[in-house]
Design a binder for this molecule. Structure first.
Ligand SMILES: *[C@@H]1O[C@H](CO)[C@@H](O)[C@H](O)[C@H]1NC(C)=O
Ligand SMILES: *[C@@H]1O[C@H](CO)[C@@H](O)[C@H](O)[C@H]1NC(C)=O
Ligand SMILES: *[C@@H]1O[C@H](CO)[C@@H](O)[C@H](O)[C@H]1NC(C)=O
Ligand SMILES: *[C@@H]1O[C@H](CO)[C@@H](O)[C@H](O)[C@H]1NC(C)=O
Length: 617
């Protein structure tokens, strides 16, 4: 009896044990893959982040998102965007890191909490400095103004949660990276410049072992840019970026090799690629083969069953509708979202050495990142790692790969190749190379065609992207209209017909807190004394131009939507459109742009005006 009872128990236990191990084998019980995303919060990054958040947290768990503060967006605006996006997706648990006040001393000492406002080569002790690489990004329409506001779509669409930037309490990027990565093995997704993560690696080498794998969208290895090419029979056409490795439409006449993310901080990218941590790269080689086609755009338009799909589509549509030429479908690609799809598919397949995945063909290549131009060791004043130092910063090798000419800007005469419309500088080029100074990297070379040949969508990832964004699971709870059902898009315009009006006044302001106080005073003054007729805003002062939204909100709160607001020039008179000639004296972090762009975080409590940045550009 006893024997039978015991064996019966065994028989009962056995299948349970088998099931448990089988479950683990199938990935059911395995812990989720932890992910940290570092992003410049460009429109395309939003697609990638939403795509990631749509996956089951039991499989892919986005733990933290950190913000690039030296690329397509500015810290305060990028923070607002992310907080709203995460709130919509019900993911207020995800840590958000932005900025930091640390610096690097002249002798190379790195302080913790460096905010990443500058490429490492130009980082000094404060958040004040120039824009060597960043000036390649346009500041107005189609550039930071539009991207900071996501073309006004953020304010029109996203709900608003409780989290926001808060001075002195805001978790910094470096702190969030340290906390997340020390808590367990983490996959790092880099979809902006590499400054933040490079600083993390340089400051915390003991935490490297917790970084499982780095997935990067950026660079161009064997790529040939299809943008700006001429038809064979068109003799008048001048080719622009056609055939370039890179995609820097503002600086290909000086540097046709670089792609924006890597160009934003070539030395930072070098640190990441050469960190010894395994890297998978999705460069332009692959993304050039997955342009947003008209067929995809149409399919997307027809498939918007979730808020996240709607938000993404509206963002894509306004990007298309404001595109600077008629070549949108030939020059806008799936960049960060494609990388995210490839990465998740690789991870799901167990991260095979050949990087097998559903969406891209992969190839191993030996590459490096060019950080300075030959000849090396010539001190021409362009390279702050060497110039003006008794011994090179960070003990870099005299005469080594970092010791050449570093591109100083968009008008760098060193970079001009005589007799050619293309330049010769290679800063930021992810270049194929053999030998000890190269690293083996898994590179995506091509987007895979759709297995369903009958579909109008010609890439496998197109189908997956639309399917994932439209899944009913892990979906957004509401948009702005549903969150505030009593909100009406009303323009409040007072009727002053029978009132005595005082002196007509035009107020020309930048957007520092003091200017807002002055604006309030003018609005409070009796109409018989002061008649405020219009506001001119200079976009080159203490706040970024996209901050004009706060003026609209203040006017809305005061019931004065009748007052016209004009956004003036974004750069100072007689200084180039691309650059930061005078504005570089204003700090980026605390007490500077981060605080003024958000009005110390207080702008979030203003009522939302139906007017926004998009009215200006
Ligand atoms: C918000 O969602 C509702 C449908 O639930 C839709 O009618 C409305 O247009 C959306 N708002 C925006 C700004 O797209
Ligand atoms: C060039 O050829 C294409 C078709 O091959 C034609 O559509 C186009 O009009 C031609 N362009 C010029 C400038 O002749
Ligand atoms: C990369 O370099 C290593 C050693 O330097 C070499 O063995 C390998 O064949 C190279 N791989 C490729 C794809 O060139
Ligand atoms: C801004 O300045 C540039 C050159 O400095 C000029 O060409 C442009 O017309 C100005 N734009 C406005 C809106 O004043």
């Amino acid at each position: 009896m006893g024997f039978f009872a015991a064996s019966g128990l065994l028989l009962l236990l056995l299948p349970v044990a088998l099931l448990a191990t089988a479950g683990e084998g199938a990935g059911k019980r395995a812990p989720p893959h932890r992910i940290l995303v570092d992003t410049d919060v460009d429109t395309d990054d939003l697609f990638a982040i939403l795509y990631l958040l749509k996956h089951d947290r039991a499989e892919f768990d986005v733990q933290a998102i950190t913000i690039n503060t030296n690329s397509w967006t500015d810290a305060g605006h990028a923070g607002n965007q992310l907080y709203d996006l995460l709130y919509m997706m019900g993911r207020d648990d995800i840590a958000v890191g932005v900025g930091g006040e640390g610096g690097i001393s002249d002798d190379g000492r790195m302080y913790p909490d460096i905010g990443g406002y500058f490429p490492i080569i130009d980082q000094e002790m404060s958040t004040v400095g120039g824009c060597r690489y960043r000036q390649s990004i346009p500041q107005g329409g189609g550039g930071r103004l539009d991207i900071n506001a996501n073309y006004g779509v953020r304010r029109a669409f996203l709900p608003q949660g409780k989290r926001s930037y808060s001075p002195l309490q805001q978790p910094t990027t470096q702190q969030v990276m340290i906390d997340t990565i020390s808590a367990g093995p983490t996959n790092v997704f880099l979809i902006g410049t590499h400054t933040n993560f490079a600083l993390f690696l340089m400051n915390n080498p003991h935490l490297k072992e917790n970084v499982k794998h780095i997935y990067i969208m950026g660079g161009g290895v064997r790529s040939r840019n299809p943008t700006g090419c001429c038809l064979k029979n068109d003799t008048l056409c001048v080719p622009r970026q056609c055939g370039d490795h890179g995609n820097m439409f503002t600086t290909y006449t000086k540097n046709p090799y670089a792609e924006f993310n890597i160009f934003g901080d070539p030395f930072g990218a070098y640190q990441v690629f050469h960190s010894g941590i395994p890297v998978t790269l999705v460069p332009l080689d692959a993304t050039n083969t997955i342009p947003i086609t008209e067929a995809f755009f149409k399919a997307f338009e027809e498939q918007q069953s979730t808020y996240e799909a709607q938000y993404s589509f509206q963002s894509l549509k306004i990007t298309r509708d404001t595109w600077f030429d008629d070549q949108f479908y030939a020059s806008y690609f799936m960049w960060d979202s494609f990388m995210s799809g490839v990465a998740l598919s690789i991870i799901r397949n167990g991260q095979k050495p050949n990087g097998e995945n559903d969406f891209a063909e992969m190839e191993l290549m030996n590459i490096t990142v060019v950080t300075s131009n030959e000849p090396y060791g010539v001190h021409d004043g362009s390279n702050p790692f060497f110039d003006g130092h008794a011994s090179p910063k960070f003990n870099l090798l005299e005469g080594g790969v970092h010791s050449g000419h570093v591109q100083t800007g968009l008008d760098d005469s060193f970079c001009v190749l005589k007799g050619s419309i293309k330049g010769k500088c290679q800063d930021g080029y992810t270049k194929e190379m053999e030998g000890p100074d190269s690293v083996a990297v898994l590179v995506a070379v091509k987007a895979k065609p759709n297995r369903n040949v009958k579909s109008p969508l010609d890439r496998e990832f197109f189908e997956n992207f639309l399917e994932v964004l439209n899944r009913p699971e892990h979906t957004g709870q509401f948009n702005f209209t549903n969150q505030f059902p009593r909100y009406k898009e009303i323009m409040y315009k007072p009727d002053f017909k029978h009132q005595i009006k005082g002196k007509p006044v035009i107020f020309d302001m930048d957007m520092s807190p003091g200017d807002f106080v002055a604006l309030m005073c003018l609005l409070k003054a009796p109409l018989a004394a002061i008649d405020l007729r219009g506001i001119l805003v200079s976009g080159n002062g203490w706040a970024n131009p996209a901050t004009v939204d706060i003026i609209y909100d203040v006017l809305h709160m005061m019931g004065r939507d009748d007052i016209p607001v004009g956004l003036g020039n974004i750069t100072a008179l007689r200084s180039p459109d691309l650059g930061c000639e005078y504005v570089k004296a204003i700090p980026h972090g605390s007490g500077g742009f981060l605080d003024t762009d958000t009005l110390f975080g207080l702008a979030r409590v203003l009522p939302r005006s139906p007017r926004s940045e998009i009215w200006c550009s």
